[in-house]
Design a protein around this ligand. Structure first.
Ligand code: AMP
Length: 190
């Protein structure tokens, strides 16, 4: 199995690039944000719980998120591996991911981070908000809160994976195709 965590702040382009990577390398894409949004749309108990956090740009509680992620992995263990997009977002989740994968005799092989500066992120997210219909893209205050939470809770994962020798940073600014090529080049070294 080849398991990749596609990492970066909100608006870095993880979703867009994960879609290319999944077809090029035949991987299953798990976006925790997408799974939450599907549950919100269908007004499931999980969606109703998650919505209050997502609407204000906060993180959904770990246990709920970890249980959901674990279910998604279990549904797809026959494939060649996963691209995790939006998970893990803190150390508790990173440890949980190691545990979930170890049950399938697998591990996180690489964290690949899309590096983009903050003001570009804010612009991208507000632009996306004009068409995405996402509540959390709809105001500058919420967008900035998401970026703030990324730095206070999530960014530390860079050192977590660096310590394991599995961190790869990629410039996430430029043409979409050029960024895809940078990512493909990293995956081809794994
Ligand atoms: P995303 O689509 O990755 O930007 O996620 C949208 C929102 O879903 C986030 O702002 C969080 O509220 C929630 N979310 C997604 N993934 C996670 C996670 N791993 N842990 C906690 N909350 C998450």
């Amino acid at each position: 199995m080849l398991n990749i965590v596609l990492f970066g702040p909100p608006g870095a382009g993880k979703g867009t690039q994960a879609n290319f990577l999944k077809s090029t390398f035949n991987l299953v894409h798990i976006s925790t944000g997408d799974v939450f949004r599907k549950n919100i749309k269908n007004q499931t108990p999980l969606g109703i719980l998650a919505q209050s956090y997502i609407d204000r740009g906060a993180l959904v509680p770990d246990q709920v998120t970890i249980d959901m992620l674990s279910d998604e992995v279990s549904k797809n263990t026959t494939g060649k591996g996963f691209i995790f997009d939006g998970f893990p977002r803190n150390i508790v989740q990173a440890d949980a991911l190691d545990f979930v994968l170890s049950k399938h005799s697998a591990q996180v092989d690489a964290m690949i981070a899309l590096e983009v500066e903050d003001e570009i992120l804010v612009k991208r997210l507000l632009k996306r908000g004009e068409t995405s219909g996402r509540s959390d893209d709809s105001s500058e205050e919420i967008v900035r809160n998401r970026i703030k939470i990324y730095y206070s809770e999530t960014a530390i994962l860079k050192s977590y994976y660096e310590a394991k020798g599995r961190y790869h940073g990629v410039d996430g600014v430029g043409e979409i195709e050029a960024i895809t090529e940078r990512l493909n080049a990293v995956v081809n070294t794994l």
